[in-house]
Design a protein around this ligand. Structure first.
Ligand code: GRG
Length: 329
C-alpha cells in the first residue's frame, strides 16, 4: 500500500510526490523482468502486495526540498525500493516468517531457495540500475549502505537470545539494519541535487533519525499492533528471541519476577508467556518509554529538516516524521 497514494490525507504535503511515485512505480514494473519466469513471478508477488514505499518517498521529498529535477531520481528511488524488497525476502527466510504485507510470505508460497535467490536477483538488479546514474559517490553510498544492512543483520543474529543486550547494543543494530537505508535514501536526494556537503550531512541525519524512530515503533507494534492492520504476525520478535527496546525497558523497570519472566522468554524464545509478557511491557510503561525514544528521534529528524530550505517538500519531510509516530502498519 503506497503511503503517498492511499494513506496521505488529501492536500497533504506528501501528495507532492504522488506524480513522481507513479514514475517510480513504472520503473519498478519495467525492471522486474527477467528471461527466467520464476524471477518475475516471485518478484511481482512481493512487489504487487504493496508496501508503503517509504524509502522512495524519502528520496523524492529530499530531492524536491533541494529543487532537484534530475530524472535519475526515479531510477534511484526504484533502486532503494529494490534493495528494501531484497532485504525483506531474505529477512523472511531468516526469521521463518509466514505473513508479510497481509499475505503469505514469498518463502511460504515459493519456498526458501526461491526467496533467497530472487532476493539476490533484486539486489543485483538494483546494482545494475545504479550504474545508470554514472556517479561513483552514488555507487559508494549504496554499496556501503547494503554492506552495513547485512552487517546489522549478522549483529542481530549474534544477539539472539541475549537478554543482557542493552539499549546501546539495540540501537547499534537498528541503525544498521533499518536506519541505514533511510539515511542513504535521504542522502541520495541531496547528492542528486548537487547539494553542499553540510546539506548532504543534514539529509543523512534526517534519514538516520527517521529510520531509527521507524524501527523503534515497529518493535513496539510487535507487542501492541493489530495483525490485520500490520499485515504480519505479532510476537515474532519474542519467538525469535530478539531483545528489542520494549523488552529491555520492561526488564529495567519491572519487579525481579517480571524481569525474570522476560529474561527467560528471550533466552528460550518461547511465546507461551506472550500474553503475560505483553502485560509486563504494558504495566512497566516500557511501551511509553520506547515511544518516547522514537519521538526524540523523530524530533531530531524534524530539527534536521528545519535546516533545509523552507518549502512544501521540506514540510513533507517534517510531516513524514510526525506521521511516523502514529503509524499502525
Ligand atoms: C539483501 C542487502 C541484503 C541484505 C540481507 C536480511 C537482511 C540482510 C536485512 C534485513 C533488514 C530488515 C528487513 C530490516 C527491517 C526493516 C523493516 C522494519 C522493514 C519493514 O519496512 P516497511 O514497514 O515495509 O517500510 P513495507 O512493507 O511497507 O515496504
Amino acid at each position: 500500500m503506497s503511503l503517498v497514494t492511499s494513506a496521505a490525507p488529501a492536500g497533504s504535503a506528501l501528495s507532492l510526490v504522488e506524480g513522481d511515485m507513479r514514475e517510480v512505480d513504472a520503473v519498478i514494473a519495467g525492471r522486474l523482468d527477467s528471461g527466467v519466469p520464476l524471477v518475475g513471478q516471485v518478484a511481482r508477488y512481493i512487489i504487487s502486495a504493496g508496501g508503503k514505499r517509504l524509502r522512495p518517498v524519502l528520496l523524492l521529498l529530499t530531492a524536491g526540498a533541494l529543487e532537484c529535477r534530475n530524472p535519475q531520481r526515479f531510477n534511484l528511488a526504484a533502486v532503494v525500493e529494490f534493495i528494501h524488497t531484497a532485504t525483506l525476502l531474505h529477512d523472511d527466510v531468516v526469521d521463518a516468517s509466514t505473513l508479510r504485507r497481509g499475505r503469505s510470505t514469498a518463502n511460504e508460497v515459493f519456498g526458501n531457495p526461491a526467496s533467497v535467490l530472487v532476493g539476490d536477483f533484486l539486489y543485483s538488479r538494483a546494482f545494475q540500475m545504479m550504474v545508470d546514474a554514472r556517479d561513483m559517490r552514488i555507487m559508494r553510498i549504496l554499496a556501503d549502505a547494503t554492506n552495513v544492512i547485512a552487517e546489522g543483520e549478522v549483529q542481530q543474529l549474534m544477539n539472539m537470545h541475549d537478554a543482557a543486550l542493552d539499549e546501546a547494543g539495540y540501537l547499534s543494530v537498528i541503525r544498521s539494519k533499518t536506519a541505514k537505508l533511510f539515511e542513504a535514501s535521504a542522502q541520495l536526494g541531496a547528492v542528486l541535487a548537487g547539494a553542499p556537503a553540510a546539506i548532504e550531512a543534514t539529509c543523512a541525519e534526517y534519514g538516520q533519525s527517521l529510520g531509527t524512530a521507524f524501527q523503534v515503533i515497529d518493535d513496539v507494534l510487535d507487542y501492541t499492533g493489530d495483525p490485520a492492520e500490520m499485515g504480519k504476525n505479532l510476537g515474532d520478535d519474542l519467538r525469535e528471541g530478539k531483545t528489542t527496546l520494549p523488552l529491555i525497558l520492561a526488564m529495567q523497570r519491572g519487579t525481579q519476577e517480571e524481569a525474570a519472566l522476560v529474561r527467560s522468554a528471550i533466552e528460550q524464545g518461547d511465546t507461551e508467556h506472550l500474553p503475560a509478557i505483553a502485560r509486563v511491557v504494558q504495566r512497566t510503561g516500557a511501551l511509553e518509554g520506547a515511544q518516547a525514544l522514537a519521538a526524540a528521534q523523530a524530533g531530531r529528524a524534524i530539527a534536521a529538516a528545519g535546516q533545509l530550505p523552507r518549502n512544501a517538500y521540506t514540510a513533507g519531510l517534517i510531516e513524514l516524521a510526525d506521521q511516523l509516530l502514529q503509524r499502525r502498519s
